[in-house]
Design a protein around this ligand. Sequence first.
Ligand code: MLT
Length: 221
Amino acid sequence: MKVKVHPLPEKVVGKVCVLVDALRATCTISAALSFGATGIIPVGSVEEAKKLKGDGAVLAGERKGKKIKGFDLGNSPFDMEQVSGKEVILTTSNGTRAVKMLDCEEIVAASFPNLLAVLDFLKGFDEVDVVCSGDDGKVSLEDFLLAGKIAMLDRDPKDVTRIASIYASSVTSVNEEILKSSHALELIELGFRRDVEFCSNVGTISEIPVLRSGVFRRLRL
Ligand code: MLT
């Protein structure tokens, strides 16, 4: 399989794109589905999110890590414990904006909790683009690490994909490594240590969110 890692969001046209925002957007999207949300609509701006809110939908999101004023929920995976049977409109600083740059037949959201399920799903494809959301135009350690874990599916990775793969294969404890990222430290400072731990645990979620007509829904295998 050929894997191409994009360390920062960019326009990608492809067959399968994997969106990565390990802390926390893609983790929260996976968690929302595992807690029973019917779908998650990723939107770029607060205004657009407010406009979309209809009956029964829940407004969720963050700016600078904190819940947006007037929204029902923040961007914590634990906030998603309340969304069973509901549609979630989600806007985040980087992750839900990055998804807008992808023009792919399949777009899936990957996080450490659902990494094993995503790796299993990807085995059916020849070429995969993995797109990191980053942090305001800067490469994020946690996204690059997760992208590298996916890049390890490629036996002969090239260039930045190779760097990501070699880095990821050298990391034995994802939990400890993520604590070395500035975003993890910022979230801990804001009181979200539990989120960082949840989003660093590999293999705790089996849902694979796939984007269908602008909504992340549970992949039915
Ligand atoms: C983002 O999209 O930048 C993140 O998910 C920020 C966060 O809530 O930690």
